[in-house]
Design a protein around this ligand. Structure first.
Ligand code: PGA
Length: 248
């Protein structure tokens, strides 16, 4: 049985002091030992959030990471820095990073490999635009994103990657994909993993849905056979996140 994983993606929200307040508010609400709970927070919030989460069930994630070890990359954050700060997960290839910061599939592949090397679990994002969905190329596009991002990743490592399917048209729009649409793509991703690797890897890998998940939509979404939790943006900054974690 795959363990559900519910991750909050805070995006560019919360100063360090606000972040600690939010953690204190959410901590009792997300105290559910049956689900993996992750707060993916802005880089500057990582250290105080790790401190605030000590002794709780909350794991801390970063929202991005660079693929080099160290050196002349002004403004970037190295994997070893994240590990040293107590980070266990990293969101990679979010559509906002792809769209606004020019991240390509090839760069995301390098980041995935580097995160694995440092034993940070990647939350690898993929998702189609509305135009692609209307053109009927969703599955081809998602398969391409996933295959390139996982190039040269060994099966044993791929099994521990978390994939987040986030249709771009559903992010921050209040337009959640229907449970059928979400399940259909997540099942296709699992099929793709079985083809690239094997059935055991496909059965082990966790696939989240993301895009306007809220306390109302989470129960149905997370009950789908191939949906193993969610990557939650807006609702992760509110009390709602507690209800999403306790979706059952
Ligand atoms: P949203 O964001 O829940 O606000 O739609 C999800 C995400 O971008 O990860």
């Amino acid at each position: 049985m795959r363990r559900k994983i519910v991750a909050g993606n805070w995006k560019m929200n919360k100063t360090p002091s606000e972040a600690v307040k939010l953690v204190e508010m959410l901590k009792p609400l997300v105290a559910n030992e049956e689900v993996d709970v992750v707060f993916c927070v802005p880089a500057i919030d990582i250290i105080p959030v790790v401190e605030a989460c000590k002794g709780s069930n909350i794991k801390v994630g970063a929202e991005n990471m660079y693929y080099e070890e160290s050196g002349a990359y002004t403004g970037e954050i190295a994997p070893a820095m994240l590990v040293d700060a107590g980070v266990e997960y990293v969101v990679l290839g979010h559509s906002e990073r792809r769209e606004y910061f020019g991240e390509t599939d090839a760069m995301i592949n390098k980041k995935v490999l580097k995160a694995i090397e440092h034993k940070i679990t990647p939350i690898l994002c993929c998702g189609e635009t509305l135009e692609q969905r209307e053109q009927g190329v969703t599955m081809d596009f998602i398969r391409q994103q996933v295959k390139i991002a996982l190039q040269n990743v060994a099966a044993a490592d791929a099994a521990n990657v978390v994939i987040a399917y986030e249709p771009i048209w559903a992010i921050g729009t209040g337009k959640t994909a229907t449970t059928e649409q979400a399940q259909e793509v997540c099942a296709e991703i699992r099929k793709c993993i079985a083809e690239v690797y094997d059935d055991a890897t496909a059965a082990a890998i966790r696939i989240q849905y993301g895009g306007s998940v809220n306390a109302k939509t989470a129960p149905d979404l997370f009950a789908q056979a191939d949906i193993d939790g969610g990557l939650v943006g807006g609702a992760s900054l509110k009390e709602d996140f507690g209800a999403i974690v306790n979706y059952k």
